[in-house]
Design a protein around this ligand. Structure first.
Ligand SMILES: Cc1cc2nc3c(=O)[nH]c(=O)nc-3n(C[C@H](O)[C@H](O)[C@H](O)COP(=O)(O)OP(=O)(O)OC[C@H]3O[C@@H](n4cnc5c(N)ncnc54)[C@H](O)[C@@H]3O)c2cc1C
Length: 517
């Protein structure tokens, strides 16, 4: 075992750690190489203002793969949730907030027609989302197959669609590529409800509510198999990766921090070593990269190891991030218009109509930030006293749209964009400005610099139908194995995409262990 060349996992984000834990549990010698000083990547917690900590990027979980709890015993490794089954609170400046969960309207004004339509719509969307969720744990089918048994994964997907039953199958096939706005307009009249549902389809994408494919992104967001619903890990999302790191270490993996991988060595068509920024080389039996596809294939491997067409496909993989994060240290709890005290710690959303969502998107098409951004807000300190001093609070805001390639650059755009966000917050929570002790804005450029994610993209690359399933990251390399023997992709850029799931890491480890290299 000690002479065995290690399997190297690049990146200790949650997917890299999941892959490492599964490989180590299977008895492989595993070394994880992470450029930062701590594990977690985009699923970390950090101090952003003295004595105030926040989930660095991802701030809520709804997609975490339930297999991880069982297989890696995350609860035993310290993972606890301060709140599960968070409700959505759709804020409005003029009326009571609309509060709902997966199937019930809890509070707010809604017409009789919308109330009656709500549960059937949500349940149907959940059935469709579960259909996608069932594909998450499977290696995507190939578009070409030489043997009939290779056709099985594609056939199984077809059977799953058929098993929806005639009505649901027809409806699924009709809506899956549609724009979320069109589907919501068919069902509901309430702007407040349509805005909140549209936001779920759009967070993390470079799409507006009138863009095709946004029903698909909505379904992806609802496709979690976790029984916890939308949840807040105690200690922030970094608590998940701390538990994963503990599970990987216990299984025997080694984690080397402050270690940047600068390249891969290929000999006779197989990856044989990783090169570190320090000049050191590590001989490997295989490499699982949780870095995004462009970084992995174009920067670390090098386009010369890809055929020209594949290199072009990877080059064209769309990965322009549009999502920013604002962290605010508050001296007290802000009051949001129309929100009952009992709901202030739930998931608050600012997107008063699906039209608002589309208008928020328009400037991003032309590389400008939104003057009326939509937001998902979390005040984790309502349930978690470990993140701020007593009586103080943290507000974590995911802000859409803030294009990576903003005209004039983010150095100039940073202050005015933060002022725009604060103006919007002030409209929904009058007086919030007077509670602010300190802020931290992370633009997509900051996310790229801090975490090495190309474009600062939520999913390491747009997750839409043309970059999903057997076309993720691009067709020809969608089964985790990359075109060079012994190199696999195990991060959000692989199937089933981003969000704190861990499924890409688990699937890639299974492929590596089957020896399909
Ligand atoms: C603004 C924003 C908000 C989000 N909010 C949510 C949310 O609320 N809920 C949710 O589920 N998802 C959310 N996401 C998505 C989620 O955070 C990511 O999809 C997910 O964390 C990606 O995990 P990963 O392990 O695949 O990759 P990463 O987390 O990107 O991990 C890659 C790791 O590799 C390391 N690395 C990079 N380059 C090198 C190198 N050369 N050598 C060694 N190491 C290297 C990085 O430091 C990092 O640790 C959000 C994303 C964004 C951008």
């Amino acid at each position: 075992m000690t002479d065995q060349k290690p399997m190297v996992v690049i990146g200790a984000g949650h997917n890299g750690l999941v892959a490492a834990a599964y490989l180590a549990r299977a008895g492989r010698k595993v070394v994880v190489l992470e450029s930062r000083a701590d594990v977690g990547g985009a699923a970390s917690t950090h101090e952003f203002f003295p004595e105030f900590r926040v989930s660095s990027v991802a701030h809520l979980t709804s997609l975490l793969d339930p297999f991880l709890y069982k297989d890696l015993r995350l609860a035993r490794h310290g993972l606890v949730f301060s709140k599960t089954h968070l409700k959505t609170v759709a804020l409005d400046t003029r009326r009571e907030a609309l509060v709902f969960d997966q199937a019930h309207i809890v509070a707010g004004e809604l017409s009789e027609g919308d109330r009656l339509a709500f549960a059937p719509f949500m349940l149907r969307m959940q059935r469709f989302a579960q259909l996608l969720g069932r594909q998450h744990g499977r290696v995507p089918p190939r578009l070409h197959w030489d043997q009939w048994r290779d056709a099985w994964p594609a056939a199984r997907f077809g059977f799953d669609v058929r098993r929806l039953g005639r009505d649901d199958m027809r409806e699924f096939l009709r809506v899956v590529t549609m724009a979320i706005q069109d589907v919501l307009d068919e069902e509901f009249s309430s702007d407040q409800l349509k805005g909140a549902l549209a936001l779920d389809a759009l967070l993390g994408t470079k799409l507006g509510s009138r863009s095709g494919n946004t029903v698909f992104s909505y379904l992806h967001r609802c496709s979690g198999q976790s029984r916890l619903g939308t949840a807040l890990p105690q200690g922030g999302v970094g608590a998940i990766t701390q538990a994963l790191a503990s599970a990987a270490l216990e299984a025997g993996a080694e984690i080397r921090l402050n270690t940047t991988v600068s390249g891969l060595q290929v000999t006779a068509g197989a990856v044989t070593a990783v090169m570190l920024g320090s000049g050191e080389q590590i001989a490997v039996s295989a490499v699982l990269s949780s870095l995004d596809p462009k970084t992995t294939l174009l920067r670390l491997l090098g386009a010369r190891h890809l055929d020209t067409e594949l290199a072009q496909r990877v080059q064209h993989f769309r990965s322009v991030g549009t999502t920013a994060k604002l962290h605010i240290a508050l001296s007290g709890l802000p009051q949001f218009t129309g929100v009952q005290f009992a709901h202030v710690g739930e998931r608050l959303v600012i997107c008063p109509s699906s039209l608002y969502a589309d208008e928020a998107f328009n400037p991003a098409k032309y590389q400008r930030y939104s003057e009326q951004p939509m937001m998902e807000l979390s005040l984790p300190t309502v349930y978690d006293s470990t993140l701020a001093p007593s009586g103080r609070h943290v507000l974590s805001a995911i802000v859409q749209y803030a294009p990576y390639d903003v005209v004039g650059g983010w150095t100039a755009a940073r202050a005015p964009f933060e002022a725009v966000i604060m103006q919007v917050l002030e409209r929904y929570a009058p007086g919030i400005g007077s509670l602010v002790l300190g802020t931290e804005l992370l633009t997509p450029v900051d996310l790229e610099e801090r975490f090495g994610m190309t474009g600062g993209h939520w999913h390491h690359g747009e997750l839409s139908m043309d970059q999903a399933l057997m076309m993720r990251p691009v067709h020809g390399i969608a089964q985790y194995q990359m075109p060079v023997k012994g190199l696999l992709l195990c991060g959000a850029g692989a199937h089933p995409g981003g969000g704190v799931m861990g499924t890409a890491g688990r699937n890639a480890a299974r492929v590596a262990l089957k020896g399909l290299l």
